[in-house]
Design a binder for this molecule. Structure first.
Ligand code: MN
Length: 197
């Protein structure tokens, strides 16, 4: 089963002025597409060819002989997930069931925001900042490069891409400003609630 290259769930200009159409043109049209293409090349004719991306990620994480498979398949999954974590009129305080769980597990919404920003700005080099379900507790974690918390048995609920290609055209080196815009203006809490189940 080939890895698919999904359309963005909104028009390219839907996240402006916080993330520009030009960023999405490159980030989705070039970076994400390249992970899908290279992932398909890497799994072709191998034991991974008929597995889901989730299975491939769990089976190849940490295996130094499978880095091309892991990196490209994980990045294909991560980006598909990341697009859905945002919407044009999103951001601000969490809503629904996850809002109550954030208050319960972090103490307050502000504390969650502080932790996610710290994880995103504190990730040296490339990676991701995540809100996950670990057992029955919400947690913020950061991962390096293509890594995904599902490899550690956690369930991703929300993610911010902190690779430079996610924000450089709009924010240059100002990763904290991009993370503030992500949290204040873009987060799709409906999607995070769906993932919480
Ligand atoms: Mn990216």
């Amino acid at each position: 089963m080939a890895i698919t290259f999904p359309d963005l769930p909104y028009p390219k200009n839907a996240l402006e002025p916080h993330i520009s159409a030009r960023t999405l043109e490159f980030h989705h049209g070039k970076h994400h597409k390249s992970y899908v293409d290279k992932g398909n090349d890497a799994i072709k004719g191998t034991e991974f060819e008929n597995m889901s991306l989730e299975e491939i990620i769990k089976k190849t994480s940490g295996d130094s002989s499978k880095t091309a498979v892991f990196n490209n398949c994980a990045q294909a999954w991560n980006h598909d997930f990341y697009w859905k974590c945002m919407k044009g009129d999103g951001g601000g305080k969490a809503t629904g069931k996850i809002a109550e769980k954030i208050d319960a597990d972090f103490g307050s919404f502000d504390k969650f925001v502080e932790e996610l920003k710290a994880a995103g700005t504190g990730q040296f080099g490339s990676g991701w900042a995540w809100l996950v379900l670990d057992g029955d507790k919400l947690k913020v974690v950061k991962t390096l490069n293509a890594e995904n918390p599902m490899s550690q048995g956690m369930k991703p609920l929300l993610t911010a891409d902190v690779w430079e290609h996610a924000y450089y055209l709009d924010y240059q080196n100002r990763r904290p400003d991009y993370l503030s815009a992500f949290l204040d203006k873009l987060v799709n809490w409906d999607f995070a609630n769906q993932n919480l189940g």
